[in-house]
Design a protein around this ligand. Sequence first.
Ligand code: GLC
Length: 750
Amino acid sequence: MQLPRVAQWRGRLVAASLLLLIPVLTNGPAAAAALPYKDPSQPVSVRVEDLLSRMSLDEKIGQMTQAERKSVTNSDITDYRLGSLLSGGGSAPAPNTATAWADMYDSFQGAALATPLNIPLMYGIDAVHGHNNVYGATIFPHNIGLGAARDPGLVQRIGRATAEEVSGTGIDWDFAPCLCVVRNDRWGRTYESYGETPDIASSMATEITGLQGSKLSDSGSVMATAKHYIGDGGTTGGVDEGNTELSEADLRAIHLPPFREAVARHVGSVMVSYSSWNGLKMHANRYLITDVLKGELGFSGVVVSDWNAIDQIDGQVGFTAAEVSTSINAGLDMIMVPDAWKSFISMLKSEVQLGHVPMSRIDDANRRILTKKFELGLFERPYTDRSYTGTVGSAAHRLIAREAVKKSQVLLKNKWGILPLPKTASKIFVAGKNADDIGNQSGGWTIDWQGQSGNTTPGTTILQGIRSTVSSSTTVTYNRYGTGIDGSYKAAVAVVGETPYAEFKGDRPGSMSLDAEDLSTLATLKAAGVPVIVVTVSGRPLDIASELPSWDALVAAWLPGTEGAGVADVLFGDYNPTGKLPVTWMQSASQQPINTGDGKTPLFPYGAGDSFPSTQNPYDVIGAAYYDDQSGTGLEHCTDSGCGQDVGWIAANDYIGYYDVDFGTTSPTSVVTRIASNSSVSGSLQYHLDSPTGPLLATVSLSNTGGWQSWTSRTASVTGSATGVHKLYVVASGGGGADLANLNWFQFNH
Ligand code: GLC
């Protein structure tokens, strides 16, 4: 009589525990400890073989099963011998605190240890830019920003910081890094890629070393996952989970190198891609998984499926026994079956019993899984190392994140050197939906799978970063839509771009432009006639070519995460930008896919990125409209080449003031002044230091130039002396109160 399976197991459970009891009764505790697989002094391979020899088919199949935390009870874990659990994006205990995570992990682990052979479970999570499921965790820039930073050592430090926060919640397996090579920026996972070349992805595989340490059993280490194998970023049209149509040579050249590097760094697991290669689902591709990854590359870790990915092999909803055996025989070792894990277990068992899956394949998968569990030290230290729980969201980790934010900023335009903005500017206007929104600046995979707008987790918004950077005398005005802007502001910073998304929900088959709100905000700012500095917060390049000419500066901030102050570090010059584009920036969405070397002409090429000109003449106080202070003057449209605004209606005693003018160590000898005048009277402009009546530096004569927009440059000698940082005032005199001239710019020279 066939006992119901659970009763069968319970029977076996009793028998097994009796067996266990006998040695204990006759030889005492030493006998239990003498089991080779429980002896940490034994080589891992010996422990694996000993344990494997004691396992039933049910126990082996249980080890290959990964269920989602919400779909199991502790008794399920024990009864079905489940080898692994995961949290899907946003799947968290309540309350969502580090301690609650650790308590949850330990409870599940206790259930796993209650099985007859006491095999601990592995628990996986997508900590893809910090421990992003956990409220209060440090959220680092998404990979595309880290690719822009071009700093593999920093990425390794981020991996270590992430591993500490993950360890502090008990979890031992991180489904990161994504070593995807994004080839079409329409892809919803573009931001999960470090960039469009295999080199950049390979160079950032240092995250694996950060996560795993020098060995998996190191304190604070977790197992990393190179994903998604292979070609996820190369699908036609950038369709997520789509079809990568490439020759094998091109697939190997573009998408394989990062996995080769990951294997060289002893990555513990590899996750297979949903996508297909030339029409065959990767989860069914024995050649690429077993022959290439495991054979040619020598990968000895665990190959895990993606979420319900085996369902897609036959293109029908749900999975069949055939799909189970196809994926296992292709070389998958563990199947992520978040909910239907009972079906998976029974199907795999029957496929083995029918001879459709050889026992050798089951044993190979178990050897791989058990090897990692031994290497992680889970048999000796199965529970949370609470010494790391306090690292979640720590100041030290947030400092690393802020460093990553500032290094990831890419300066793409800086007309007139308007950046860096002076911290002592009198008035700065900030606008845009992404200026004061932690959720938007963090993007997808943040607290929630898709991420979400709003104050979703503790951090510093870009606006808060600006406020904390400028002087106490600076007025910072924020209005999301630009309402209230006027010509009295030194500049407007518009933080625009995308709202959060993840995976296929982020695919953009159509427009890649700014949304209507952003365009309206930018128009409002432009109408005020002040310089506009645009900061894009997005997971990909956007279609901005038509708007760019009206912007005075552009910084690509990507998805910076919780430490938005890193953006202000660049805007105000505390960090001279070093970021370089990790992806080609298109002229138009119609150019997608567009990648370096493909012969297309981009708006900004792969590798583009400026710094503040170190040779910038500190006297280049250009674009008079960029002044910090003024009296009696006004701004007007300027037709001089390269001119946005000029200062007009300058009459006797009117002045314009500039703060933070650094004259360097040697005083200038001359000054060139760009003026236009249709005045019937003459007068002069006088340059004074520190105040409108301070020491006189130079005097420039004013006279009719043929028209209020007939521009000419006038050179005058510097009669005074100036070194170091001063306020500089340009003061009009003479002319009996008449309008004397317009001013566009001036430049001091040696
Ligand atoms: C998702 C993603 C994968 C992630 C997994 C578990 O669908 O494709 O990157 O690791 O499911 O959340």
